[in-house]
Design a protein around this ligand. Structure first.
Ligand code: SF4
Length: 383
């Protein structure tokens, strides 16, 4: 097997996974652990050591602190990690995002992130309704979100708001109210995620679940598209909306199959011709770093077939779609294997050609999760 080079951007994105959460949300599927002071000290030390082990000799174009709850990091820990990754020189990332829960976005904390050089905050608002927040197991009060967005904007951050829909008990009127209150705050970027509960025993078993979820969520999705579009947000990816010039550059680099390095437990990377994911255990990850050998799972070369599969899956989730000629030139016969599948989607009006680009239609975007699964199973799945 040969390793493939990346499809588009040559810039480096770095993702830092901060695995601590004070409590567990009802819908959580991420690796996280309780925030014990001792663990956080050793986490920060190991993160700095992992960065040194990776021997990166180029500037970081985009940096993203996700979790978990990055906002739980103390000033001292955050400064230590930032000092190792970007120092205090001129080569700062052009975009540095930190995910924060609204409850941890107090003014003094925001000031600290600002002083470190953070440019963008992704606020896990999820909902403004106490009823929905309780159903999700979130600890914030609904007023925290408004205070956080207003405070962050006043301090000059680009602000992204995460919302969740299709929560059990949530009505279309509840969702409309969450959208209305979000739009009133005028964030730069909005991500809307469906609570799908799509875990099944096998890929093929998940497909009917994803199709049912798409049908159940259609009215919620279309309401979001309409209201956010009317408010001037560009729908640029299945779940993401931005004001002009405010798309998330870090995520775009990932979706366009650029290069990114993940640091911390469970962080995934596509880097130096390889795909890998750090072990999802704070203890094992730290041990590996201490021994000078980061402990990786799902490790392997970035092969042509993996690169093509993910170029199709993630590229089609973007409204801009994928350039067909580029796929043919880059992947040749491998790409042509997918043509019967793409032709079926076109016949079903899930896919269309816009000039040279292959793009999902609105109906196709609603089914994007299920279509991604079909690509993964092609040509062996029987759909
Ligand atoms: S804050 Fe995020 S990572 Fe932490 S428990 Fe909630 S969903 Fe999971």
């Amino acid at each position: 097997m040969t390793s493939a080079s990346c499809a588009s951007s040559n810039e480096l994105g770095v993702y830092v996974h901060v695995p601590f959460c004070a409590s567990r949300c009802a819908y959580c599927a991420f690796y996280q652990s309780p925030p014990r002071r001792r663990d956080m000290d050793s986490y920060a030390a190991a993160l700095v050591a992992e960065w040194a082990l990776r021997r990166v000799e180029e500037p970081i174009a985009t940096l993203f602190f996700g979790g978990g709850t990055p906002g739980i990091l103390s000033r001292e820990h955050a400064a230590r990690i930032a000092g190792a990754l970007i120092g205090d020189g001129d080569s700062r990332p052009r975009e540095w995002t930190v995910e924060l829960s609204p409850a941890s976005a107090r003014p003094e904390r925001l000031r600290h992130w600002k002083d470190l050089g953070v440019t963008r905050l992704s606020l896990g608002v999820q909902s403004f309704s106490e009823k929905i927040l309780r159903a999700l197991g979130r600890r914030q009060r609904s007023g925290d979100a408004e205070d956080a967005v207003i405070g962050a904007r006043a301090m000059g951050f680009a602000v992204s708001v995460d919302l969740i829909f299709c929560v059990p008990g949530q009505t279309l009127a509840d969702w409309r109210e969450d959208l209305r209150r979000t739009i009133a705050l005028a964030p730069d970027h909005i991500s809307t995620y469906v609570l799908s509960g799509d875990e099944g025993s096998s890929l093929a078993a998940r497909l009917p679940q994803l199709r049912r979820a798409a049908t159940a969520g259609e009215r919620f999705c279309r309401l979001g598209w309409d209201l956010l579009g009317e408010a001037g947000y560009e729908h640029y990816e299945v779940s993401n909306f931005a004001r002009p010039g405010r798309r998330c550059q870090h995520n775009l680099n990932v979706w366009r199959m650029g290069r990114w390095l993940g640091l911390g437990p469970s962080a995934a990377s596509q880097w130096r011709g390889r795909r890998f994911r750090n072990v999802a255990s704070l203890e094992l990850w730290q041990k590996g770093v201490e021994l000078g050998r980061p402990c990786e799972e799902e490790e392997g070369p970035l092969t042509e077939s993996i690169l093509l599969e993910d170029t199709l899956i993630f590229g089609l989730r973007l409204r801009e779609g994928i350039g067909r000629r580029r796929l043919e030139d880059r992947h040749g016969e491998n790409f042509r294997r997918y043509l019967p599948l793409l032709e079926r989607w076109t016949a079903n009006r899930w896919l269309e050609e816009c000039g040279d680009r292959l793009c999902l239609t609105d109906r196709g975007l609603l089914l994007a999760d299920a279509l991604g699964l079909e690509i993964l199973c092609w040509p062996d799945g029987s759909f």
